[in-house]
Design a protein around this ligand. Structure first.
Ligand SMILES: NC(=O)c1ccc[n+]([C@@H]2O[C@H](COP(=O)([O-])OP(=O)(O)OC[C@H]3O[C@@H](n4cnc5c(N)ncnc54)[C@H](O)[C@@H]3O)[C@@H](O)[C@H]2O)c1
Ligand SMILES: O=c1ccn([C@@H]2O[C@H](COP(=O)(O)OP(=O)(O)O[C@H]3O[C@H](CO)[C@@H](O)[C@H](O)[C@H]3O)[C@@H](O)[C@H]2O)c(=O)[nH]1
Length: 431
C-alpha cells in the first residue's frame, strides 16, 4: 500500500518510518525543506529512541519526503499529522489543519480513484465533520463518502517511547461514518500490527474518535493530578505517598501506572489538550470542574516545591541547582516542562540558578539564555546552597558524594529519584 503522511514532526516522522517498516511505500510531506532533506538523507529530524535506525534504513528509499503536496495523488491514503496548538484563550487552533486539509483537497482534485484522508492529529469533537471534510470537498470539488473517504484515527504514542508505542499499541481507534472502503483501507494499513499483537481495533464514529483522544489524555492528566493532590495531603501528615500509591495501584480498578506524584505534568500534549477540551466544553455551556481542578493542582506543584526549598534556604543571592529540564526523561523536549515555572520562581526569589540536564540544556538555553548551564549534575551541585530535582532522569538516582560538594546539602526532590541519606537535608514533595 502507498501511504502519505502530512507533517513530519514527532508523530508524522514516527508513523511514517513505522509504516515503512511495516512494508508500506511512504511519502512524507512537510513545508520545512530542512526536515524533508534530513528524512531523504536517512536522518531523523527529531530525537526519539529507535527512530534513527528506521529513518536511516528507509529514508530516501521506501520512505521519501517532499514539500510537494501533489505527490499525495499517487498514494492510497493520507494521514494528517499536523500541529494543533492552542490559542491565547486556551482553545484549539485548527488553522494549520485547515490549511493542510485544503492542500490535500487540491492535490486529490485531479485523482480518478477513491482516496482516504485520515485525521491523525488531536482535534476537538466535530472538527473533522464540521470543518476539515467541507474544506477537502471545496478544494477538490469531490464529495466525501463517494469520491473520497474521511476517518479519524487518533494517536496515543508517548514521546521517548514513540516507536515502541506505535509498533505495539494498546488499541487502534478508527472513527468513520461507516464508509466500508475507509475501514478496509485502514485495516490494510494496520494489518501487520493487528496480526502480530492481536491489537483491538475500536471502530466508532468520527466525533467519538476525536473525543476518545481527549478523554484518554484528560483521564491520565487527572490521574496524575489526583495522586499529586493525595500526595500533598500525605506530606502534611508525614505519610509516604509512594507507599500509598503502591498499595492502591494493586487494585485493578485503579491500576499501578501514572501514580508517580511530584512536580506535575508537562509536555506538548496534556497541557494543550486539557485546555482545548475545557474551552470546547465551556463554549458548549458546560463547566468541566474535574479537568479544571486537574489543571489547577498541576499549576500549583512547582510553587509547592519551591516553598519546601524556602523552608531551608534563603534563595536570594544563593546558588541553586535545578536538576532536570526536559518535561520527562528520555527526551530533549522542554515544552511546558515544570522546570520553566521552577526557574522563574527561583529567579523571582533572586537566586543564582545553575541548571543541568543530560540532553535538554540547549533547548532551555533558548528560553532562559542568562542562567548558568552546567556540564554535569556534579558541576551544578558544586557550591550550591540548594538543589531542586525536576526531571526523573535515572542518573540522578546514582548521585551520592556529589552532594558533599554543595555549600549546603539541601535537596528538594520533585520526582522521588534521589536516595535519601544522612548528611543531606532531604525534602520529598509528597513523601
Ligand atoms: N507529540 C506527541 O507525542 C503526540 C502524540 C499524539 C498525538 N499528537 C498530536 O499529533 C499532532 C502533531 O503533533 P506533533 O507533536 O507531531 O507536531 P510537531 O510540531 O512535532 O510537527 C508538525 C510538523 O508539521 C509541519 N507542518 C506545519 N505546517 C505544515 C503544512 N501546512 N503542511 C505540511 N507540514 C506542515 C511542521 O514543519 C512539523 O514538521 C498534534 O495534533 C498533536 O496533538 C502528538
Ligand atoms: O505517574 C506519572 C506519569 C507521568 N507524569 C508526567 O506526565 C507528563 C506526561 O508524561 P507521558 O504521558 O509519559 O508523556 P507524553 O509524551 O506527554 O504522552 C502523553 O501525551 C501524548 C500526546 O497526546 C499521548 O499520545 C500519550 O498517550 C500520553 O501519555 C510528564 O511530564 C511526566 O513527568 C507524572 O508526573 N507522573
Amino acid at each position: 500500500m502507498h501511504v502519505s503522511v502530512v507533517g513530519s514532526g514527532y508523530v508524522g516522522t514516527t508513523i511514517a518510518a513505522c509504516f515503512a517498516d511495516l512494508g508500506h511505500e511512504v511519502t512524507s510531506v512537510d513545508i520545512d525543506e530542512d526536515i524533508v532533506a534530513a528524512v531523504n538523507d536517512g536522518d531523523a529530524p527529531i530525537h526519539e529512541p529507535g527512530l534513527d535506525p528506521l529513518v536511516s534504513v528507509y529514508g530516501g528509499d521506501r520512505l521519501r519526503a517532499t514539500t510537494d503536496y501533489d505527490t499525495i495523488r499517487e498514494t492510497d491514503v493520507t494521514f494528517l499529522a499536523l500541529p494543533t496548538p492552542k490559542n491565547d484563550d486556551g482553545s484549539i487552533d485548527t488553522s494549520i489543519m485547515e490549511a493542510g486539509a485544503e492542500s490535500v483537497g487540491e492535490a486529490i482534485a485531479e485523482k480518478d480513484g477513491y482516496h482516504l484522508v485520515v485525521v491523525k492529529s488531536t482535534v476537538v469533537p466535530g472538527t473533522t465533520e464540521d470543518t476539515l471534510t467541507p474544506l477537502v470537498e471545496a478544494a477538490s470539488g469531490k464529495t466525501a463518502g463517494e469520491d473520497f473517504g474521511v476517518a479519524v484515527n487518533p494517536e496515543f504514542l508517548r514521546e521517548g517511547t514513540a516507536v515502541d508505542d506505535f509498533m505495539e499499541p494498546d488499541k487502534i481507534v478508527v472513527g468513520t461514518d461507516g464508509d466500508g472502503r475507509a475501514l478496509d483501507l485502514l485495516a490494510e494499513v494496520y494489518e501487520p500490527l493487528v496480526l502480530q499483537w492481536d491489537v483491538p481495533v475500536f471502530e466508532t464514529g468520527p466525533r467519538e474518535a476525536e473525543m476518545i483522544k481527549y478523554a484518554n489524555n484528560g483521564f491520565l492528566a487527572a490521574k496524575v493530578s489526583l495522586i499529586n493532590d493525595i500526595g500533598n495531603i500525605c506530606k502534611e501528615f508525614g505519610v509516604d505517598a509512594y507507599e500509598v500509591a503502591e498499595a492502591i495501584g494493586l487494585d485493578d480498578r485503579i491500576g499501578e501506572q501514572f501514580l508517580r506524584s511530584g512536580v506535575g505534568w508537562g509536555g506538548s500534549c496534556f497541557p494543550k489538550d486539557t485546555s482545548a477540551i475545557i474551552q470546547h466544553a465551556r463554549d458548549a455551556g458546560y463547566d468541566p470542574r474535574m479537568l479544571e481542578a486537574a489543571v489547577e493542582v498541576n499549576e500549583r506543584q512547582p510553587e509547592r516545591l519551591l516553598s519546601l526549598l524556602d523552608e531551608h534556604v534563603e534563595a536570594e543571592g544563593d546558588r541553586i541547582a535545578v536538576l532536570g529540564l526536559a518535561f520527562k526523561p528520555g527526551t530533549d523536549d522542554i515544552r511546558n516542562s515544570r522546570a520553566i515555572p521552577v526557574i522563574e520562581g527561583l529567579r523571582e526569589r533572586g537566586a543564582e540558578v545553575v541548571a543541568y540536564d543530560p540532553v535538554a540544556a540547549g533547548e532551555m538555553a533558548e528560553r532562559f539564555p542568562d542562567i548558568e548551564y552546567a556540564e554535569s549534575a556534579a558541576a551544578a551541585l558544586d557550591g550550591a546552597s540548594g538543589a531542586v530535582v525536576v526531571t526523573d532522569w535515572d542518573e540522578f538516582g546514582t548521585l551520592d558524594e556529589e552532594f558533599d560538594a554543595m555549600e549546603e546539602a539541601v535537596v528538594v526532590d520533585g520526582r522521588r529519584i534521589v536516595e535519601r541519606r544522612e548528611g543531606i537535608t532531604y525534602e520529598g514533595l509528597t513523601w
